[in-house]
Design a protein around this ligand. Structure first.
Ligand code: SF4
Ligand code: SF4
Length: 197
């Protein structure tokens, strides 16, 4: 398998896992929501980015982009895999405010950033979805992508364990702060909320 195919396969599998886990967590809010947070301007990235185009073609060959509603249908997004990272990164105020301030809220923020994170610096300083030329896309090294994927894997393992009710120790924070760094110095409310300290 060439390196780009390896990246597409591993990326797609991780997106599926993050998407399913996030949907489960956010279902109670999103299922009753009357606001439409999807915007055609986000959808359009799937047409502009060769990487996203290949992803959606590989995983959802049966669905089509509509010039009026883009990927949005009556039942939500038609794309299971291939949505732009911003679609995972979008965490609305309603969901965020429903989380306990401190680690719970921080874990949700990290979760929302995982997909953006794995694509960063895929080729030089460019994000995977910013590589606009197919020949350039073929230069992407799987080993480079895999390093970020492993870091995101560690972070989601921590978040899933926390969501199952396991206590989060301070050493777990380093896995989360790799994805989204915060000032974790003394006096920070997140540190103060771990393990009831
Ligand atoms: S993310 Fe927020 S705004 Fe979007 S559907 Fe869910 S609850 Fe509604
Ligand atoms: S989730 Fe789907 S429909 Fe919504 S903005 Fe993203 S690509 Fe478009």
């Amino acid at each position: 398998m060439d390196e780009l195919k390896q990246v597409l396969k591993a990326y797609g599998a991780f997106v599926a896992e993050v998407g399913a886990f996030s949907s489960e967590l956010w279902f109670q809010w999103c299922s009753n929501c009357r606001e439409v947070c999807c915007k055609p301007v986000y959808c359009r990235e799937t047409l502009e980015s060769p990487f996203l185009f290949l992803l959606s073609k590989n995983h959802s060959p049966e669905v089509f982009y509509s010039t009026q509603k883009a990927w949005l249908s009556e039942t939500g997004c038609k794309l299971s895999i291939g949505r732009p990272p911003v679609c995972y990164e979008f965490l609305c105020g309603t969901i965020l405010e429903a989380q306990q301030p401190g680690i719970e809220r921080y874990a949700m923020i990290v979760l929302s950033k995982l997909i953006s994170y794995i694509g960063k610096r895929a080729l030089g300083s460019r994000h995977l979805i910013e590589v606009m030329d197919l020949d350039d896309l073929k230069k992407i090294k799987y080993s480079r992508f895999q390093k970020r994927l492993a870091e995101a894997r560690d972070a989601i393992d921590v978040i899933q364990s926390y969501s199952r009710g396991h206590k989060l120790e301070k050493e777990h924070l380093k896995f989360l702060s790799k994805i989204s760094s915060l000032n974790l110095g003394k006096g920070n409310s997140i540190i103060g909320n771990i393990g009831g300290e």
